[in-house]
Design a binder for this molecule. Structure first.
Ligand SMILES: [Zn+2]
Length: 184
């Protein structure tokens, strides 16, 4: 019940269409390992294990570590919330591409892409320069992670997001509705 409520937070504005294409929520008791592999340019296969708090499969389940969800709930205002992070990936991929942009009307889509790109480039430059950032540097991994991490801040530390990335904060407030933690 609690999990359903958490996962539906990002859908308050978007609606139940955000649940299209998948139906399973898997909960593991703790962080879980997944096997990763990658063939490099020289044709060598690399395999390694990743430890994850959550994962969103294309057309597949949303997977969460209960221990991490609980840690988020114990400190709801730190900018971490794995449940809404994975839901952001689910919304992102609805238009067929996991690229940091969920389905939006055309004009808004252009504006969103421009503002997010600018904020992402600026953030990556800060992280590359070794700066201590107010936002989790994981956001610099890829545009889709930037969107998912910004979503976590929208729901759990909106003041930080508004301070650091006002355009991104404004798009997310429009997309998700006002943050439940926003008191001002
Ligand atoms: Zn992610």
């Amino acid at each position: 019940m609690l999990l359903a409520a958490l996962c539906c937070l990002p859908l308050l504005e978007f609606g139940a269409g955000g649940l299209r294409g998948w139906s399973q929520l898997l909960v593991y008791p703790d962080a879980f390992r997944v096997r990763r592999s990658h063939v490099d340019a020289a044709g060598v296969l690399h395999e390694w294990d990743d430890e994850l708090a959550g994962e969103a499969w294309d057309h597949g389940p949303l997977v969460l570590s209960w221990a991490d969800v609980q840690a988020d709930l114990e400190e709801p205002d730190t900018g971490y919330c794995v449940a809404v992070h994975e839901m952001a990936h689910k919304l992102d991929v609805l238009d067929g591409e996991l690229d940091g942009t969920p389905p939006l009307p055309a004009a808004w889509h252009r504006q969103w892409a421009r503002d997010f790109q600018r904020a992402y480039d600026g953030f990556c430059a800060e992280v590359d320069a070794g700066a201590e950032t107010a936002i989790d540097p994981y956001a610099a991994e890829a545009p889709e992670e930037f969107f998912a991490v910004a979503t976590e801040y929208h729901f759990s530390a909106p003041a930080v997001l508004e301070q650091e990335m006002p355009e991104v904060a404004a798009h997310l407030a429009r997309f998700y509705g006002p943050s439940p933690l926003r008191t001002a």
